[in-house]
Design a binder for this molecule. Sequence first.
Ligand code: AMP
Ligand code: GLY
Length: 424
Amino acid sequence: MNVLLIGGGGREHALAWKLAKSPLLDTLYCAPGNAGIAAVAECLALDVVDHDAVARFCKDKDIGLVIVGPEAPLVAGLADDLEAQDIAVFGPSKAASQLEGSKGFTKDLCAEFNIPTAAYGRFTDAQAARAYVASHRHPIVVKADGLAAGKGVVIANTHFEAYNAIDACFSGTFGAAGAEVVVEEFLAGEEASFFALVDGDTALPLATAQDHKRVHDGDTGPNTGGMGAYSPAPIMTDALTKRVMDEIILPTVAAMKARGMVFKGVLYAGLMIEHGAPKLIEYNVRFGDPEAQVLATRLKSDLLPALLATAQGTLGGLTLDWHDDAALCVVMAAKGYPGDYAKGTEIKGLEEAAAEPDVEIFHAGTKQDGPRVLANGGRVLGVTARDKDIGAAQTRAYAAVDKIDWPKGFCRRDIGWRAVEQKK
Ligand code: AMP
Ligand code: GLY
């Protein structure tokens, strides 16, 4: 089967790396891909905003499955337009993508179907949002309703900070994404990322994972897309996994079906766990990045039939095998990220680092320039190792990181600290 993968980040490199091992795969195409993905897929420039052009490409190349990595094309309705032309797609429809595309949509769904989440209000004007803040305790959380590239959430430690965040949203900082604002209760606890493949009816949980959102060691500094991840997540016991399925994932799948917005793809629940009880922080309708890097590394089964069954509504009865080993991914980013950073700096030592056994260097933002590999984004590499436990995987990942010669890059030195401490 020929497959088209859409995206060009670390998540897509991990998916491409795993798909390339499938005996069912003929040719893997990736648009746009990156310097790392080019080793396992045919990368091409395809304007994914032009849905007709994508459909023409799929017909031309006899694509059996399109796998959409990032959320933006899904929220824009790419899956709907391809499926209308009988092209199978892994990823939800535009309507179902509202689970990520509109925080207010998801909060209302939770309220209606008793899915545990933070108390909230939805607002389309600043005055009402400010009044809600004034009548609630801080810290309090202010969110732009729509997609804001991970920048639309402010944890306000004072009412004054919350007012500023509200004003920033309504003054157009996030464009149309900030035309509506959700204000919600601050949840304390430990975060975990929960993933399930969903084919409309059946939901199959994947291995557990956690990421580190803050830029600096000790989980301090501004939020990022994720500076590292590990799997399994010690906090996600079997009992807690069952609770998340019963209280959050399965009610959501049923609710979406009841609303006529059948969900197909991967449902990614950002969870807050406090005193053993899970609450939903938010949904995403795609794999996490860098969580995909550790999940792909631990997955023993063939990924392609699982994604195909998800797209075709035939997940029932399918099981996935995972390596008992742990996996850990350290993200290397350009200095300055998540603020301003330079592009085009040279990265050396990639081959030496990749020569470490059970280490994969997933490229996130890179560009090939003749023999040289150049940084081409904020998050640039995901150095991922597998070993018998989380501590060993951490040691192995940092041994590989230390072989990479990139003076203009940086990484956290403590990825997995919570899990390593728990193990001790
Ligand atoms: P989101 O984009 O909604 O996942 O928010 C980004 C990050 O902000 C989350 O991963 C949490 O670290 C934090 N966050 C969001 N909402 C809350 C909340 N209600 N309470 C505490 N932290 C939150
Ligand atoms: N690692 C967080 C995300 O993918 O949104």
